[in-house]
Design a binder for this molecule. Structure first.
Ligand SMILES: C[S@@+](CC[C@H](N)C(=O)[O-])C[C@H]1O[C@@H](n2cnc3c(N)ncnc32)[C@H](O)[C@@H]1O
Length: 271
């Protein structure tokens, strides 16, 4: 795991992950469904924001969802049970020390976890070994360098840079989305295909203005205020001006764009 998980484990962050998952379900998950009877490993499940969608879209598949944080696992279990799903089993485990035999899973699913790891190729290679021959892996990551908006604002870009820099200092990479193809190939997956998934938000989509621009992206940047100031990356006035400008993009004449990347690769078949 990265030295520190940059977003933290606070209730507000949990809500943000839920808002993010709810808003992006179609964009990110519409083409993910697992066949009846298949066994899927979800690595880095957090508080279960994606787990609920996975379980719902593939009701006859079985999921084992793991996270290094016991607290997140407890919350994920609570949410999934509250939603009535019985096809998910949760387990606290570190991706770098997973308690599973090679070739145990038909599919692996990883979302927004790679960006927090200092050794992403090693993590993908470990997960690849857990796939059965013919199995596949799906990886979804964001890339904060893909953020642009109207009105343009240097201050807002500087506030976003604080998040990128803090994540880098913690051993992660907030710009990892653009690297998915080479990372998956280096982890020896084959037939890798990466598709960019752009979120485009203007005021004709008030659900996205609220659910994505405000409550997902801007809330994430707001969440690093104290750490960024403490780390000496920015001063309070500059940070607050940047956040104000991010909120400005959620006004009726504002526009906000962000791109996620979804990669799917197959386990190499034995020759
Ligand atoms: C941004 S959250 C994403 C959670 C979930 N996949 C989602 O999309 O909402 C990243 C998660 O990765 C977990 N994580 C970080 N390093 C890990 C590791 N080495 N092994 C397992 N989980 C890890 C963190 O505890 C955190 O819950």
């Amino acid at each position: 795991m990265s030295k520190t998980y940059v977003h933290g484990y606070h209730p507000r962050e949990n809500e943000r992950l839920q808002d993010q998952a709810g808003t992006l379900v179609d964009l990110l998950h519409s083409d993910t469904a697992y066949p009846p009877g298949s066994l899927v490993l979800e690595a880095g499940c957090g508080v279960g924001a994606q787990t609920v969608t996975l379980a719902q879209r593939s009701p006859d598949a079985r999921f084992i969802s793991v996270d290094v944080s016991a607290h997140s696992i407890a919350e994920a279990k609570r949410r999934t049970e509250a939603a009535g799903f019985t096809n998910v089993q949760f387990q606290q485990a570190d991706i770098f020390a997973l308690p599973f035999r090679p070739e145990s899973f038909d599919h692996v699913f990883v979302c927004f976890a790679l960006e927090h790891l200092s050794r992403p190729v090693e993590a993908l290679a470990i997960l690849n070994k857990l796939l059965k021959p013919g199995g596949n892996m799906t990886v979804i990551e964001g890339d904060h360098g893909s953020t642009y908006f109207h009105p343009e604002s240097r201050a807002a870009q500087m506030a976003i840079h604080c998040q990128v820099e803090l994540q880098r200092l913690a051993g992660g990479n907030a710009l990892i989305g653009r690297q998915l193809y080479p990372l998956m190939v280096q982890a020896d997956l084959e037939a890798v295909h990466v598709s960019p998934r752009m979120v485009y938000v203007d005021s004709s989509r008030p659900d996205l203005v609220d659910g994505f621009t405000r409550k997902t992206f801007t809330a994430m940047i707001e969440g690093v205020r104290e750490s960024a100031i403490r780390a000496g990356i920015i001063d309070p006035e500059a940070f607050d001006a940047g956040v104000r400008d991010l909120h400005r993009t959620a006004e009726p004449d504002g526009v906000f764009c962000y791109t996620f990347f979804k990669g799917v690769g197959e386990k190499r078949r034995r020759v």
